[in-house]
Ligand binder design. Structure first.
Ligand code: PMP
Length: 353
């Protein structure tokens, strides 16, 4: 790591985002004097409970569902694991995050056939399907095929960033730290005619289904981050689109390189390929110059396997390891995008040299 760790050079916002200063402000009392357990009877407890219920109501409203259908969790991994435990005959898209993939593998799930990003209908007898809303690797916006059963949708990369088609799912996973909120808090939200079974038992929190003392500061931060994402939606969308355009312009004309895009694309995530150069090498080259990007296409940063997503899309072997993921946030600037593009171009030219 060199450079000064400047936040405008942080382009791995699909992995996690910096905590928005306004979110931190909203959280601070709940990390200090407002110390109550949301299930205690005294004033401290009541105030914490009211803050949690305000947050729950706000999140419920975004999903047009009653507040009793919002279940706070430690994040999207937990929400995905919880949802999937209800499946007997599970089908999943080939694009899912590992927190869907791992439980799906344990259940012997079917992988939905696909044509490009379009998933085909699940086999007869499927009682649950999981199809994420926005792919975390490439930012493609996905549709779920219709199913007589439970459709679970991982909305982690979508919430507050792209419109969500609420009739396309029965349950939704989300996570605060992808939108300027704190790490370690998220929710499983139910909008369809499905009932959750208990996930953690103990003190009866979360409608008796997910026991454990509530993460009051985290929950307040989550709702605040979502409120800001909604409030700033137009401006943020325009901003990330301009960052995207600046990158495209800066790398235009580079030989053997391309930006991979779906026709329904989240503007927040950009996949770039410089053929013949390993994505991980570019991550390290960028890091050495003070920039953070992801080799998002490497199915996980610590795995040698090529990305399932890119394999499912039918990418040729020579491109599979060459994708990098550049994911934007409000803190990035057009200048920082141009500087990143210059670093990547220089590295690619040198390595190809
Ligand atoms: N699903 C998707 C699509 C994600 O991008 C992530 C985060 N990488 C997760 C789930 C896991 O979320 P969390 O970090 O809140 O467990």
């Amino acid at each position: 790591m060199s450079g000064t760790n400047r936040l405008e050079n942080y382009f791995d916002n699909a992995a996690t985002t910096p905590l928005d200063a306004r979110v931190r402000e909203a959280m601070l009392p709940w990390l200090g004097e407002q110390c109550g357990n949301a299930h205690s009877l005294h004033a401290w407890g009541m105030q914490a409970r009211e803050a949690v219920e305000r947050a729950r109501q706000y999140i419920a409203d975004q999903f047009a569902t009653p507040p009793e259908q919002v279940f706070f969790t430690s994040g999207a991994t937990e929400a995905n694991n919880w949802a999937l435990q209800h499946a007997t005959n599970l089908a999943v898209s080939p694009f899912e995050h590992s927190s869907v993939w791992a439980p799906a593998e344990a259940k012997g799930a079917t992988v939905l056939a696909n044509e490009g990003y379009k998933c085909m209908a699940a086999p007869a007898g499927t009682d649950m399907q999981a199809v994420m809303v926005v792919g975390n690797e490439t930012g493609a916006v996905l549709s779920a095929p219709s199913l007589r059963g439970w459709t679970h949708r991982d909305a982690t990369q979508a919430l507050g960033k792209v419109p969500i088609d609420l009739i396309s799912g029965d349950s939704w996973s989300c996570s605060a730290h992808k939108l300027g909120g704190p790490k370690g808090v998220g929710a499983l939200v139910v909008t369809g005619n499905v009932a959750l079974a208990p996930w953690m038992v103990g003190g009866g929190q979360e409608m008796g289904l997910r026991a454990g003392t509530l993460n009051v500061p985290g929950i307040v931060g989550f709702a605040t981050a979502l409120r800001l994402a909604k409030q700033d939606y137009e401006a943020r969308t325009a901003h990330v689109r301009s960052l995207r355009a600046a990158f495209a312009e800066a790398v235009a004309g580079m030989p053997d390189s391309f930006i991979h895009e779906h026709d329904r694309q989240s503007p927040w995530i950009l996949t770039w390929v410089a053929a013949g150069i390993e994505g991980e090498t570019l991550v390290l080259e960028a890091d050495a110059r003070g920039f953070a990007i992801g080799a998002g296409a490497a199915c996980s940063a610590h795995s040698n396997e090529p990305s399932r997503t890119l394999v499912a899309l039918g990418w040729p072997p020579e491109h599979l390891r060459s994708a990098v993921r550049i994911s934007f946030g409000p803190q990035n600037t057009v200048e920082s995008v141009r500087a990143l593009a210059a670093v990547l171009k220089e590295a690619v030219n040198r390595l190809r040299g």
